[in-house]
Design a protein around this ligand. Sequence first.
Ligand code: NAP
Length: 383
Amino acid sequence: MKNLTLLGATGSIGDSTLAVVALHPDKFNIFALSANQNWQKMQLLCEKFTPKVVVMADALAAQKLAQVVDSKIEVLHGEEALCAIASATETELVMAAIVGASGMKSSLAAANAGKQLLLANKESLVLAGNLLMQAATANNAQIIPVDSEHSAIFQCLQSGKSGLRKIQLTASGGPFLWATTDSLATVTPEQACAHPNWSMGRKISVDSATMMNKGLEVIEAHYLFGLAAANIEVVVHPQSIVHSSVYYADGSVLSQLGNPDMRSAIAYALSYPHRIDSGVAALDLAQNSPLEFYPPDLHKFRCLQLAFDALEQGGSAMGTLSAANEVAVEYFLNNKIGFLDIAKVLQRSLDKANHHKINSLEDAIANDKAARKTALDAIQYYA
Ligand SMILES: NC(=O)c1ccc[n+]([C@@H]2O[C@H](COP(=O)([O-])OP(=O)(O)OC[C@H]3O[C@@H](n4cnc5c(N)ncnc54)[C@H](OP(=O)(O)O)[C@@H]3O)[C@@H](O)[C@H]2O)c1
C-alpha cells in the first residue's frame, strides 16, 4: 500500500487520478488532497477518499470546507501547507497536478524531499527546469512524467538512451488544425476549449488550440530527457493514438500507442515500474485507421515556434514565455483579447524581457512576476 498526495485534486488530472486510485484500494491510500477554491467538490472528495489532510490554496475556501468535513480531516490553507503535504514523511507518491506556475513550489518541495514525483504540472519544469532536475538528483527523487507524450517517451526509453537520435512528440493539432489563420481571429473561448480528442482543464485546452501546449512540452522534454532542441521534433497526428516516438541510430522507431485517455499515463506513473489496470479500454487499431502524420504549421501556430526560440535562448526566456502565456490565456478566456493576440503578447513579452540565468527559486519567482507585468503591459496594445 502506498500513500499518495494529490495536488490539484479537483481538476481534470485530479479526476483521472482518483478514478485510477478508486480501482485499486489495495494499492493506494490518499494521504492528502489539495485544490484552490473549489471547496464544494473537495467536500465530496473528502467523503469518498477520507484523506488525512486537505489544503486549499485559498484561505476562505479552507474555512468553508473545515465547517462541513469530518473533524478528523485536517484542513489547512496556503502555499506553505501545500509544500508540507508534498514533502510529508507519511507520503511516498506526489501527483503534481496544479495548473500553472502555482504548482512550482510544491513540485520542488516534493523533489527536495526525495518523493516519487508524478509530474503533470509541466509549468514547473518550464519555469525552473534546472532547479527541479537538480533537486531530484540530489535527493534521489524520481520524476515520472504524466503528460501522455512524455510518459510515452519515458516508456520507450526504458532500455536506455544508447543510439538515441531524436524524440518525436505527437500533437493532435487541436480544434483549429485545419482552420485558416484569418478565421482564427474571431474564435471564442468555447471553440478553443472544445478539444477533438482530450478532455482537459480550460488553460491547457487553450494551450492545445494555440499549440503552446506542445511548445511547453518541448521544453519539458528538454529537461526530463536531457536533450537539445535539435533532438526534439514535433509531428501533428490528429488521431492522438501514437502518444510519441523515439528514433534510434539503427533506423528503429519505438512508439507508445493507446486510446487518448490520461488514465493510462497516470496508472503507469502510479504503479511504475509495474503495470496495473487503468480502466481504459484496449486500443483497437483497425477501428482507428488511418493514422495520419503531418509537419506542424509554425506560421499558423506561432506559439510553438516561440517555445523553440525560448528554449534556444535558454535561462529565463522559457519562464517568461510560460508566465506571459498564463496571463494572455486568462485574458483570452475572459474575452479581453483575441485568439491570435495570444502569440503577439508572447512575442512582445519575450522582446521586452531582460533575459538572464535562473539560479534559484527566488530567481524563478522574480522572473515569473516580471514576465506577468510585461505581459499585462503588452496586452494593453490588444485589449
Ligand atoms: N488535463 C489534462 O489532460 C492534462 C494532460 C497533461 C498535462 N496536464 C497538466 O496538468 C496540470 C493540471 O491540468 P488540469 O487540466 O488538470 O487543470 P484543471 O482542470 O484546471 O485543474 C487545476 C487544479 O489546480 C488547482 N489550482 C488552480 N489554481 C491553483 C492555485 N493558485 N494554487 C493551488 N491550486 C490551484 C485547481 O483547484 P480549483 O478546482 O479549486 O480551482 C485544480 O485542482 C497542468 O499543468 C496541465 O498542463 C494536464
